[in-house]
Write a protein that binds this ligand. Structure first.
Ligand SMILES: *Cc1c(COP(=O)(O)O)cnc(C)c1O
Length: 398
């Protein structure tokens, strides 16, 4: 049942049919250019060129360089390997500072490489690295800061650039969320020593799986391009230690076919965001993250901060209710990387991260969700918040 008028109509309470017959995930991958993609696939078979810098990858690299207005772009098999190649190319060692309120992949890479991840707190409003805390963590072992443009909203780029310049350390941006977004009118991709992107199926622009490294530094670019292909500099010449992080032709073809729909994707995601904004704006205790309307943003993430004290029901109870209705809202990046098993031995004091981990809910959004689905989700959230205390009474004892 879509519009709930009584608590008994909630699936979690009464076992009545959920609002949606199929699960609605946070970001269902977009796949609206199937015919274009099929043509590219025919092309790939005709040429029998499946990987190793084939025509699809060359074309995608060229198009991305133009789109992102960067000097250099290197495609990779995913975002994690893009980050690995940059870390290897910059020869990071010792300690690297990064947020704990982000995806776990970079902490894993550092740990595998024998580099110690040092978790830095975030600003409670921007959700991005807290510069003052970052300064306090720098010491003579620090070799870099790796900062995420969380939800696609640019970090304090100038502040981090100054910190890294004055401390003589490297700066990498994890731009996995920030594809085709701008900071002060300039596309994300050219800041710091390098930026990396993820083109995973769930991201705003995708290649099934894929990634890219962008940089303005020619030496770094040529080094990274060797590293992502086993260090090869020619048929029989290996110049450096490397990995296999190449993008395949089929992934590049998916990227090319998705590029043609990029503006539609952005417009749809923005409209989804606007519905949430309109419908949730007046709910006490729910704060929707804002995107700067003077910048380009992909609006891929719709994130609310849920004030359990003000609303009278816990964030987790809200999620249980939504999940029972097949609305698979999520608590990214719970519980924070610093609290995940491999990293929880060290005592990290990150109060803003801990608080946000209790409050954040990521709602179904993006380019592949129907507007009326979003309306229904808003209706259920509204219903839950207006019956919060009663629901909390029933459900908090389960
Ligand atoms: C998705 C993501 C990654 C990892 O990218 P993959 O392409 O899945 O390897 C890294 N960082 C952030 C912030 C991400 O969201």
């Amino acid at each position: 049942m879509a519009n709930k008028t009584s608590i008994k109509e909630l699936s979690l309470i009464s076992g009545s049919p959920p609002a949606f017959s199929e699960q609605i995930h946070t970001n269902k991958p977009s796949s609206n250019n199937r015919e274009v993609f099929k043509k590219y696939i025919d092309n790939i078979f005709d040429k029998s060129w499946f990987s190793n810098n084939g025509p699809m990858s060359i074309e995608l690299e060229k198009r991305l360089k133009q789109l992102l207005e960067v000097k250099h772009c290197a495609l990779t098999c995913n975002g994690t390997n893009a980050m690995l190649c940059v870390i290897l190319a910059l020869e990071l060692k010792g300690e690297v500072i990064l947020p704990a309120f982000t995806f776990v992949s970079t902490a894993h890479l550092l740990t595998i490489l024998g580099i110690k991840p040092i978790f830095c707190d975030i600003d409670p409003v921007t959700h991005n690295l807290d510069i003052a805390h970052c300064y306090s963590l720098v010491n003579s072992n620090t070799s870099a800061v790796i900062s995420t443009h969380l939800w696609g909203r640019p970090c304090n780029i100038e502040g981090l650039e100054e910190l890294c310049r004055t401390r003589n350390i490297k700066l990498i941006f994890d731009a996995a969320h920030a594809f085709n977004n701008t900071h002060k009118g300039i596309k994300i991709g050219r800041h710091g020593d390098a930026e990396i992107f993820s083109f995973h199926a769930t991201k705003s622009f995708h290649c099934f799986e894929g990634g890219a490294i962008t940089t303005q530094n020619s030496d770094l670019s040529s080094k990274v391009k060797k590293i992502l292909n086993f260090g090869f500099a020619g048929f029989d010449e290996v110049k450096t230690i490397g990995v296999n992080a190449k993008m395949s032709e089929v992934s590049a073809a998916m990227g090319l076919s998705n590029l043609s729909g990029l503006e539609d994707t952005r417009n749809h995601s923005k409209q989804v965001y606007d519905i949430y904004k309109k419908r949730l704006a007046n709910l006490k205790g729910i704060k929707l993250i804002q995107y700067d309307c003077n910048e380009l943003a992909n609006y891929h993430y719709v994130v609310i901060s849920f004030d359990y004290k003000m609303i009278g029901i816990s964030r987790n109870t809200l999620l249980r209710i939504l999940h029972a209705e097949n609305i698979i809202a999520r608590r990214y990046f719970y519980p924070g990387v610093h609290k995940l098993t491999p990293y929880s031995q060290e005592r990290n004091i990150l109060p803003n991260t801990d608080e946000l981990c209790k409050r954040v809910v990521v709602l179904p959004a993006g380019s592949n969700i129907a507007f009326d689905t979003v309306e229904k989700i808003c209706g259920i959230i509204k219903f839950v918040t207006s019956n919060a205390r009663e629901l909390d009474n029933i459900l908090s004892h389960d």
